[in-house]
Design a protein around this ligand. Structure first.
Ligand SMILES: [Ca+2]
Ligand SMILES: [Ca+2]
Length: 352
């Protein structure tokens, strides 16, 4: 699977912001279990920017199979005994969607996070992981065409590979409302409000566990994010092409489901590694249902108001046409049906 390597670096910080204490050497690269396709961090170099409370962190990261990486920095002020310095104000090549390469650069605004403190025993640990939390895959920014108009998704985001399962839902919310029971089956009979509440609770839980980068949250995808991710760069009726006779390889719908949901991830994924985007259960999106705006748009959020929330992808008894990448459905936000579930995204909170 995935884990990492990390490197520490010793640095004297903040005797005075004005007094520049140079940083030294790379000290160590402690190695966890590493497999051939795991990311490897090296050449971590840290320096305080002269006259400021800003710290430049430079690193290289390799990954044999070229995954988009999740980069974390932890800071120690006691020589590495613990890495608990409150450090959240990072910018640059962090946290998600970082491509392997040389000369990566992160800036830590230590003045904001740590005031004017000083330690002669600073260490920094840079970690790379090629799997995202919550079984997410990284969806890079890009464009797709919708009704003849170009839609730009300007920021990358993580999206769950799978519909939220009943086991996941129970772990976060504590109950399982589903009609078709099975820990690995998608949760259903959840209203739009229930789905939003799950995302909010998950955000709080992951934040408390220290796994949520500052500025990110779990939420429902916008309708545009959902279709962009479903298409995975395709312009065809389905993510696998135009031939609906192949739909049974990719999803559960009226001709193969036996009129029930199925465990998530049993069919083939789309080109970006997302499963069950066609069929199994409809998936709530964030938007109100309404007409698309004309012309080119960036990060569209849907209408300001409405009566129905968007559902996408078709469900276990849909015909093939309702499982198309572009097909839209809407339900009252309070509706709870055995046809309707969801999958969250992990995205910047500042997304417009
Ligand atoms: Ca990898
Ligand atoms: Ca689905």
């Amino acid at each position: 699977m995935n884990k990492i390597i990390l490197c520490g670096l010793l640095l004297c910080l903040f005797r005075k912001a004005a007094v520049w204490l140079t940083t030294a050497a790379i000290l160590m690269a402690s190695v966890l279990v590493v497999e051939a396709a795991d990311p490897v961090v090296s050449n971590v170099k840290v320096s305080q920017r002269p006259g400021t409370h800003k710290v430049d962190i430079r690193y290289d990261v390799a990954d044999a199979d070229g995954d988009a990486l999740w980069i974390t920095v932890k800071v120690s002020d006691n020589g590495g005994a613990s890495y608990v310095v409150p450090a959240a104000g990072f910018s640059g090549d962090i946290p998600f969607g970082i491509k392997p390469g040389l000369g990566k650069h992160i800036v830590w605004d230590a003045g904001v996070d740590w005031g004017g403190k000083y330690s002669a025993n600073m260490r920094f640990r840079v970690t790379a992981d090629d799997t995202l939390p919550q079984q997410m895959v990284w969806i890079a920014p890009g464009t797709f065409t919708r009704g003849g108009s170009e839609v730009t998704i300007s920021r990358g985001f993580g999206m769950s590979k799978y519909e939220v399962t009943q086991a996941q839902y129970k772990a976060v919310v504590g109950t399982d409302p589903s009609h078709f029971k099975g820990d690995n089956n998608p949760v259903e009979k959840v209203s739009w409000h229930d789905a939003v509440a799950y995302c909010t609770k998950l955000t709080g839980k992951e934040k408390a566990a220290g796994r949520l980068p500052v500025g990110y949250e779990y939420r429902l995808p916008t309708e545009a994010e959902w279709e962009y991710a479903c298409r995975a760069g395709t312009t065809t009726l389905f993510s696998f092409g135009d031939d609906e006779s192949k739909l049974g390889e990719y999803g559960w719908y009226n001709s193969n489901s036996g009129s029930t949901t199925h465990s998530v991830g049993e069919k083939k994924p789309n080109g970006w590694g997302l499963y069950d985007m066609h069929g199994n259960v409809w998936e709530w999106c964030q938007d109100w249902y309404g007409n698309y705006p004309g012309g080119s748009v960036t990060d569209p959020q849907g209408p300001a108001t409405g009566s129905y929330r968007v559902g996408r992808g078709g469900f276990w008894i849909s015909d093939a046409g309702n499982c198309r990448s572009a097909y839209r459905d809407g339900s009252e936000p309070g509706f709870r049906g055995s046809d309707l579930g969801f999958r969250p995204v992990l995205a910047p909170t500042t997304n417009p």
